[in-house]
Design a protein around this ligand. Structure first.
Ligand code: RI2
Length: 307
């Protein structure tokens, strides 16, 4: 396997590279390298890319962004000559990365509209898309405060809190179990997404669905910031989103608790009825429009999956 693919795959698996958008862009870059460096015939090229695809996808099973990024490239290599296929792969990878960065900017703009001046925003984990909206609102001169959850076991909330503090945004870090306690001080919740299913369910960092429940109870708007490549075409044909379970060692050393079963699911599903809106680069939509987005963005792919 191409060394870059191996390296990126290992970093994604170990979460050195993490975040649904970031892993997608890193995978696109790795596939590009793999394509450009390939020596051999067209058939071998396809095999090589397929091997890279299967390996990269296996590293994190939940975030569809990873799969969508790779398929975005592979779908564009269906050409007759090797040289053309290599060029198409490189072009598609660059295009995916550029579009993904532009999407983040757009989401920032649209999302900021939903963050009022003087408001307190609650966020979970570390989402570039949610941060884009919060930072844009701040840049627009809005006086906002943020409550960020720690996000056990990886504590990605520390990254979020540091970024916000560096920008001069007042930020309070809380433990995940304090979400409901603080919800009464919150005006809007903004989180990211790893995958959005065709029924509008949002799969995001474990704890997101509890936050959505608490927001629903307190009548606080619950917003999800997600690029359209976080929508899952596979869910249209009935596949269920696999929730990744990682090593219990990420929580505690099992030897400290003999006889105790420890489980570490890293994502959960928030049903659409708890989501007020999904902010995408194509606009702010109801979660119930997920199927439409999937059809528009991935119609051709769905056909392929059916075959
Ligand atoms: P952006 C992360 O997953 C979090 O669940 C976060 O909310 C989501 O990806 C989206 O992140 P992890 O890789 O794409 O930390 O918005 O497990 O950056």
């Amino acid at each position: 396997m191409h060394p870059k693919v191996k390296e990126v795959g290992e970093k994604i698996r170990s979460m050195e590279i993490r975040g649904a958008g970031r892993i997608a862009r890193a995978a696109a870059e790795a596939i590009k390298m793999c394509a450009l460096d390939y020596q051999g015939d067209l058939e071998g090229f396809r095999e090589c890319l397929k091997e890279a695809k299967n390996y990269l996808i296996s590293t994190r099973p939940t975030a569809v962004s990873l799969k969508n990024a790779i398929y975005y490239i592979l779908m564009r290599t269906d050409v007759r000559s090797l040289e053309e296929a290599k060029r198409s792969a490189a072009r598609a990878a660059d295009e995916f990365i550029r579009n993904s960065e532009m999407a983040l900017e757009r989401i920032g703009k649209y999302g900021a509209e939903r963050i009022p001046d003087g408001s307190t925003v609650m966020t979970h984990c570390n989402s570039s898309a949610a941060l884009s909206a919060i930072l844009t609102a701040h840049d627009q001169g809005k006086k906002i405060e943020v409550i960020a959850t720690e996000t056990r076991p990886w504590r990605q909330g520390y990254i979020t809190a540091k970024v916000l503090a560096k920008e001069g945004i007042p930020v309070t870090l809380i433990v995940d179990s304090a979400v409901r306690h603080f919800m009464k001080e919150v005006d809007v919740v903004a989180v990211g997404a790893d995958t959005i299913a065709s029924n509008g369910a949002v799969i995001n960092k474990i704890g997101t669905s509890q936050m959505a429940l608490a927001a629903h109870e307190a009548r606080v708007p619950f917003l999800v910031m997600a690029e359209t490549y976080k929508f899952s075409p596979e869910t249209v044909i009935g596949k269920l989103v696999v929730i990744e379970e990682r090593s219990p060692k990420e929580i505690v050393d099992p030897e400290e608790l003999p006889g105790v079963r420890i489980r570490n699911p890293v994502f959960d599903a928030t049903p659409p009825e708890y989501v007020d809106a999904i902010v995408t680069e194509k606009g702010v939509i109801s979660p119930y429009l997920a199927y439409e987005i999937i059809k528009e963005e991935f119609g051709a792919w769905i056909e392929r999956w059916w075959k």
